[in-house]
Ligand binder design. Structure first.
Ligand code: ZN
Length: 434
């Protein structure tokens, strides 16, 4: 069995409902984008989602995350920063009668920092529609997808139906840094037969995704007056030597990736990034410290502990070659993502087949979504790797995510809303509403 059959009249009614409510959907998206839900500041965005879910009659669970509950779980990534206000929000929609299979719809409300605001053509948290695109930080990644899922459920209701299986609508945080929001929903006990994450995939389905390791390099120096700089050791310049060694490791790992059964065809799938650097105290003092926040990709199936050992060995080797670091090697602190890669397995096929049928209804007979092997990661891994819940992403077309002038194509958002609604109908089945 793939998708459950749905009557043509139901399909038409659902699609018309998406169309009829699309202006309201766009307004809701703009309200959501207006909330600057950067890391550790997601509270108002979670309030917004909880209100949206309550207004739709969901049974809402809104709770504070406790790191002690999460730390022992597979996929956990350590947090650096104030986690005291971290919350997850789950809205449960339970059917009057169960006929189909249950579903998790998950969106993350956290957004990455906007960077220097003057580099944006329009302010990042003042959503603006231009030429059919909505601009704003988080509009693409991934507030448009989350709101699309919400309005997909609305369209089913407007058309006179309810999903005939449990639907858990999960709004999470930390997707961009650890994944602890998704992990917390699993820790809390939420489960379903499948999870769909409407990330901005440009109508593709992610067949595979890499894993990632975050770490902070703490490089030391010997501070002296710049007048006698030769007697000191410059921590900032030394950090560049360590970064160069890690770039060398990145090249070796990509050579290995060329023989990988899944990623061989992907050019340079594993990217190293020195993403944030801080160091020194004074322009005329040789800096005594430099911290560099790094990210390195790993392939599905790679053992994270092995990868971490190789990172440590690379840093140690670079340090040995340096006159000061030789006796004062940098510390490596694992913080943020400690994430394994994930490839969809056989168990995802029924879901993908039902999804393909929904896609075909919107895009025409014989059309199927293209599949993608991602060089980034999503929260799907927690469901698929550790809980046997196949999970995939499918969402609208966005540009400049994580960059300046992020934007999402509203026409693609409408198509995605239709496809999600028709997929929910085929996966969960439909009950006619009393
Ligand atoms: Zn995202």
């Amino acid at each position: 069995m793939n998708g459950l059959p749905i009557e043509a009249s139901a399909t038409t009614a659902i699609r018309e409902a998406v169309e009829a409510r699309f202006e309201a959907q766009t307004r809701t998206l703009a309200e959501f984008v207006r909330i600057p839900s950067r890391r550790f500041e997601e509270g108002p965005a979670q309030d917004f989602m909880a209100d949206q879910l309550r207004a739709r009659g969901a049974e809402v669970d809104d709770w504070k995350l406790d790191l002690a509950d999460l730390a022992p779980l597979p996929g956990y990534g350590p947090i650096e920063g104030d986690f005291s206000r971290a919350r997850s929000v789950v809205g449960a929609f339970r059917p009057s009668e169960t006929k189909g299979r249950s579903l998790i719809l998950q969106g993350h409300c956290d957004v990455v920092p906007e960077g220097p605001v003057e580099m944006w053509a329009s302010p990042p948290y003042e959503p603006m529609v231009k030429d059919g695109w909505m601009h704003g930080r988080g509009a693409g990644d991934m507030k448009a997808g989350t709101v699309a899922a919400l309005f997909a459920l609305d369209a089913i209701r407007e058309a006179g139906f309810e999903p005939a299986a449990r639907v858990l609508f999960q709004s999470v945080i930390e997707e961009e840094s650890t994944g602890l929001g998704a992990l917390s929903t699993l820790q809390r006990g939420y489960r379903a037969d499948l999870a769909l994450l409407p990330e901005p995939s440009g109508f593709t389905v992610n067949r595979a995704q890499v894993g990632a390791i975050w770490f902070k390099l703490r490089v030391r120096g010997r501070p002296v007056h710049v007048a006698t700089a030769g007697e000191g050791s410059n921590a900032i310049l030394a950090a560049y030597d360590v970064i160069a060694a890690l770039k060398g490791m990145e090249a070796r790992w990509n050579e290995r990736a060329a023989a990988d059964p899944v990623y061989a065809e992907v050019d340079h799938p594993l990217n190293f990034n020195a993403g944030k650097i801080k160091g020194g105290d004074w322009a005329s003092s040789v800096p005594a410290w430099c911290d560099v926040d790094c990210r390195m990709g790993v392939l599905p199936g790679w053992d994270l502990e092995d990868a971490k050992r190789e990172i440590l060995a690379t840093v140690a080797e670079a340090a040995r070659a340096h006159p000061f670091l030789g006796n004062n090697p940098p510390d490596v602190v694992w913080n943020g993502f400690q994430a394994e890669g994930y490839v969809l397995g056989e168990d995802a096929e029924p879901g993908l087949a039902a999804f393909g049928e929904a896609f075909e209804t919107v895009f025409g007979a014989g059309e199927r979504p293209a599949e993608r092997k991602m060089t980034a990661l999503t929260d799907t891994r927690f469901y698929g790797l550790y809980h046997g819940i196949p999970a995939f992403c499918f969402g609208p077309t966005a540009e400049n995510i994580h960059g300046f002038d992020e934007r999402v194509d509203l026409e693609s958002v409408k198509r995605v809303t239709e496809i999600i609604a028709l997929f929910v109908a085929r996966w969960c089945g439909l009950n006619r509403r009393a």
